[in-house]
Design a protein around this ligand. Sequence first.
Ligand code: SF4
Length: 425
Amino acid sequence: MIKVTAVQPGSIAEELGLRTGTELLTVNGRELEDFLDWEFLTADEEFSLAVRQPDGAEIEFEIDRPLDEPLGVTVEPPRIRRCANRCDFCFVDGLPEGLRDVLYIRDDDYRLSFQYGNFATLTNLKPWDVNRIVEYRLSPLYVSVHATDPVVRRWLLRNPMAPDVLEQLRYFAGYGLQFHTQIVMSPEVNDGPVLTRSLTDLYALGDPVLSVSIVPVGLTEFSKHSRVREPTLQECRRATEEVERWQDRAGRDRGAPWVFGADELYLRADLPLPPAELYGDFEQVENGVGSVRFLQGRILADAAHFREWEGQRVGVVTGTSMGRLMPEVLELLTEASGARFDLIPVENSLFGPRVTTAGLLPGASIRAALEGRDELDLVLLPGESVNDDGLFIDSMSAESLAASVPTPIRFSKDFNDALSLGAAA
Ligand code: SF4
């Protein structure tokens, strides 16, 4: 059973009398478990739908609608699948105490992997899930491989029951499914020869493996430092060399680079980022792969809209890692707009200075960094630093931050979203 959380005005659902709180029970007699069932089982023109209304009345509808007319219901989000692993580098273990409960949930959910591109390890699949992945053709899936050697992978995941990921990928590939994969690189565990073997095995799977990203392990002050460490500059350089070897090979064989280092890998290796052309469609940009080049591309594409900002002074808040790459981006923005952009790299006061990503900046750190900055016309804040409810990771609300700093603020993921709203008054 799935609950309706909203009904679109004028939609088929409204005509049928569905409303917030209606329980969607079955489609063609099949019980509904989550949004996947709802989306896939109602994809036909004709089907029967059984519902229970908030007053308890059970009704069965025979639906017959044109395929291009949506039913117009929003259903409740799925109950998140919990992770069966205990990785030493798990971000959840690196959280300080006292944050929102939801932040301590270790999710590992193939449905969110398909829907949103969240990475999943596939270690918690029941036979029923496997069948559903095949039946609904959930492709591409985003899979955390880490290592293809089952022993190393079980050690990394701290899960002696973790199935052989190569066998899983092979099985799904047999049904035509494809994957974007990632390897979180933990030094002396899955780098060096283990990394070479993982890439060899994934490459041998052929076209089903669309891409591989190599992401250096990232820790906070609260992580299990006795068990895991971050890679050194030299270790990151060796990984980029491995990446380049495979990119050359894949470029010759397949006409695409296939494997990518995360921006963070190049930063830690103290190497320049590869050019934008390397990243193709930027398929792993949400995983920090090619983020800077992507941003630069967006700025160039939207440059014509920025002219109205000429003469304005705009602060750009970011984490300390992007702080090192951002000047390249801001240079482009200055040229396109004639505005002056002041970079404001903010150190993370909640997790400690080693957590450098903008998305994890607490409101309190940003507020401290903006104190007295009344010379600015506007401050842009990282769009990914607040959740859908407008809360920073330390639960400070965007409104409360806005009320306590001397300059207007706007959230932005790619500059265009904020700058196209018009210049600050
Ligand atoms: S797979 Fe590992 S890193 Fe991911 S949530 Fe589970 S324990 Fe954490």
